[in-house]
Design a protein around this ligand. Sequence first.
Ligand code: ADP
Ligand code: MG
Length: 615
Amino acid sequence: MEQDIIQLLPDAIANQIAAGEVVQRPASVVKELMENALDAEAKSVEVWIEEAGKQLIQVIDDGKGMSEIDARMCFERHATSKIRQTEDLFRIYTMGFRGEALASIAAVAQVNLKTRRASEELGTAVQIDASQLVNHERVQSALGTTVSVKNLFFNVPARRKFLKSNAVEMRHIIEQFQRIALAYPECDFKLYHNQQEIFNLVSGKLGQRIVGIFGKNYRKQLVPCQEDTPLLRLEGYVGSPEKARKTRGEQFFFVNKRYIKHPYLHHAVSNAFEGLIAEDQHPFYAINLEIDPQHIDVNIHPTKTEVKFEDERSMYAIIQSAVRKCLSVHNFRPSLDFEVDVNYDPMPNAQKAIDENALYPGQSDGDKTPFSGGFKPEKDSRQQHNLQNWEQLYEGLKQSTPEFEPTSSGRIESRANQPLSMQSQEKRKALQLHQQYILSPVKSGLMLIDQRAAQERILYDRYIKALDRQQQASAQRLLFPVEIELPPADFALILDMSDEIHNLGFVFDIKEDQRKLVLQAIPANVGQEQERELFEGFLEQFKHYQSNLSLEQPQILARSLAKRASSRLRVGLSSEEMQHLIDQLFASSNPNYSPDGKPIVVMLSLDTIKEFFNK
Ligand code: ADP
Ligand code: MG
């Protein structure tokens, strides 16, 4: 008889497996430790980061601390002080409750814990390396708890290798930090990276917290929103419609202070803005919903940004009407007194940039930038290749309309039936419709081109090429440099990609200490005005596309800029410009579809046209 083969996993391994879910990157550790601090009723939380958390993540709180035994127990899996019985699962007001975080973190790092309760004179220090207890002693210690996580993933090389650049990891950390700081405006928060202060947020009202995080510009655009119903209490701010942005990103829902993602409730807010903002725009909002935990199921995923509600339809209705109401009040009283409500001067220090050594891969070198005027259509092998594709596509159409067979030379002679052939020196006829579409008669019927999609495709190809070759696409110098101040997360993002952005044609200097870019040049052929809007729009678009995990960074960059730039191009085209556009389109990598997959060209065949006339 064969032996039984199933065994229980040793704890260290089980913890490491659990860590795979809970601890994805340094930012996950920051989130868990900050949440623990707040669960322990801390009023002040300091986060110290070294090397984007790869070397050190330290969270210092002034919360209630732990006893000597608890200081050891908290590293056991499923060890929690927050629930004791099943019913407690439906009374959860704390951030944590699974008792998994510390055990998981300690399985994949070296963790030092120091903690003291108010009732005790001595505190406790515990050190755990990869789930192994190394030290446990009574020590002098400040009130509250300090957890230091060193060398994350040191014993899981595959995970450590998988970590992204410091700038990217730091951006995730800032994102987590911001979410938590937004949910707890009544607490002080500080964030340091490599000893440099990034945020210093003083306790206050939510409006002040928003301004502290996102900058002074937000002061004027916040519309307070409040609603009290038996099902839920809603409180927060929405951005005024005039300030809505093109892409998503600064939308925050909290349920009992827990940040959540909830597309359905998000829709309720968007819907309330209907008619006030363009369809492709997204309003800022930071809204906390207080709701009895028994109507919620947070126990869905360890990272817990998803929750289920018992009565989502009613919640939808309440949220929508609350937002509508506050917006209509705002409309009648556009000068609502925000200064009083949000009267707050962000700390000058909060403007400080993220450490340059860690985040700054080298400044774009303005000197070596070739500034050239217009774009010259290039002929390269790819272009030739595509021409053939188009000829083939055309031939396919030809067969369906045999009466338009080309002559033996392969050329079409009749002027009325203009060929698509690029060899032809003859101008193709084209007509512009509503400054949006180009109509061009071709041999097999009528070709309809979506002008903007075509421009987007052409620009996309150009930018991809520039990124591939690491050569700058042509740029146009600005008469007056434009200063752009960025929030910390965006600034880190730009620093991380400054070489690539430079290759797209943006030339800028960086004022590290003020978190500012000084734009000197922008990509050529994208229209002259509103450089700031182009850059900011590009950045927003980038952040939007970034959530699409199937895209590589160059694709995201090229797509973002192509989308933004094509929306700015002049809409009225001369017939030469239309010709040029068609030529460039046919020479592109995919004339049929825009980078987003929208059709660019539609053929109206002669057969279809005949059908219109019952022929
Ligand atoms: P959970 O938060 O889900 O309970 P954790 O592994 O994050 O699980 O923490 C385990 C326990 O350790 C908590 O329930 C709490 O009792 C204690 N603990 C963790 N961090 C702190 C802290 N900063 N201050 C006080 N107690 C803490
Ligand atoms: Mg926890």
